[in-house]
Design a protein around this ligand. Structure first.
Ligand SMILES: Nc1ncnc2c1ncn2[C@@H]1O[C@H](COP(=O)(O)OP(=O)(O)OP(=O)(O)O)[C@@H](O)[C@H]1O
Length: 307
């Protein structure tokens, strides 16, 4: 069985004045994958998405969507897009706007179905400008699925939504991915990447700094954290134990970041009054911070070398 390549970016760069927004990105997304593009502000996520959609031309490199140009893929209804802003006529009613979008495509989904799938059937007759930010995002989502696309690209789709709306939104998305659609979404929310993506691509300073399943990215950060209540703990002694990287306290509770949690645990049980002990491995947030911090440290070192 051959796997179709949905998206292929090769050596893509983009500079705005003296800002290198994207600095050589290679990214392949296979059909059926759900990929989260994660990274801090200014990492280059939106610029990467804009190049992938043909809205911005890369300075260097190539972008292919289903083997052709992004513009062709969009014209053929293969790509549904939900961007952070734009695409909305404020004076139009929701139903009118979706009918307009449906009219632009060859084989659109019935508008009623798109409204239903986006969970906004009750908003059909409402005017866009009266909707909340979260409701507008759902209209944008309905617009994205109307062409019945193979690939859905979403730039921070849940910005402005409360916790409940975010959960409902992802339930709607899940129904789309269950239909085999390929999805690429940019997000700041680690838990969204962890819960909904098969693969997490972490960007920083215009580069991909990690790429794998959330589990692989977590596993790339070695070590565990021991949390224990230790009355009268000798923090200096704990910090000097082999393999202990960091010690923090919160009242009587001590947090120890360890390279070898088993030996630290043995020490705590044998030599201290530690109780209520918990051992946890890194979560995605720890991993992202560790990877981006390492990336920052490498960059500072490179700059020092150049200076
Ligand atoms: N049209 C533009 N003109 C000038 N600079 C731009 C433009 N678009 C992006 N940039 C700059 O390029 C860098 C990358 O921006 P981009 O919006 O791609 O990052 P991002 O990861 O999507 O950030 P955020 O999470 O804040 O949306 C930033 O430094 C940004 O200021």
């Amino acid at each position: 069985m051959t796997t179709t390549t949905a998206v292929s970016l090769r050596g893509v760069t983009k500079k705005y004045a003296d800002v290198q927004a994207v600095a050589g990105v290679d990214l392949t997304i296979r059909a059926g994958e759900v990929v989260a593009l994660l990274g801090p502000n200014g990492a280059g996520k939106s610029t990467t998405i804009e190049m992938l959609l043909g809205l911005v031309k890369p300075d260097q490199g190539t972008v292919q969507v289903y083997g052709g140009t992004p513009t062709d893929a969009i014209a053929q209804g293969q790509v549904g897009v939900m961007l952070q802003s734009g695409g909305i006529i404020e004076d139009a009613k929701v139903g009118e706007l979706l009918n307009l979008v449906a009219g632009l495509h060859n084989d659109p989904m019935p508008v009623e179905e798109a409204l239903e799938r986006a969970g906004i059937a009750d908003l059909t007759k409402r005017t866009m400008k009266g909707l909340s930010g979260g409701q507008k995002q759902r209209v944008r989502f309905a617009m994205a699925i109307i062409p019945q696309p193979d690939l859905i690209v979403l730039d921070e789709p849940t910005t402005g939504m409360d916790v409940e709306s975010r959960r409902d939104f992802w339930a709607s998305m899940h129904a789309e991915t269950a239909r085999g659609r390929t999805v690429l979404f940019a997000t700041h929310y680690l838990e969204e990447a962890d819960s909904y993506a098969d693969r997490v691509v972490l960007m920083r300073n215009g580069k991909v700094v990690a790429d794998g399943t959330a589990a692989q990215i977590k596993a790339s950060v070695s070590g565990r954290t021991i949390r224990a209540t230790i009355p009268g703990a000798d923090l200096a002694a704990l910090a000097s134990l082999p393999g202990v990287r960091n010690v923090e306290t919160r009242g009587d509770v001590v947090l120890l970041q360890c390279a070898d949690s088993d030996s630290t645990l043995r020490h705590l049980l044998g030599n201290t009054k530690a109780h209520d002990i918990e051992v946890t491995s890194a979560d995605l947030e720890d991993a992202v911070l560790a990877i981006t911090d390492q990336n920052k440290a490498d960059q500072n070192k490179a700059q020092e070398t150049l200076a």
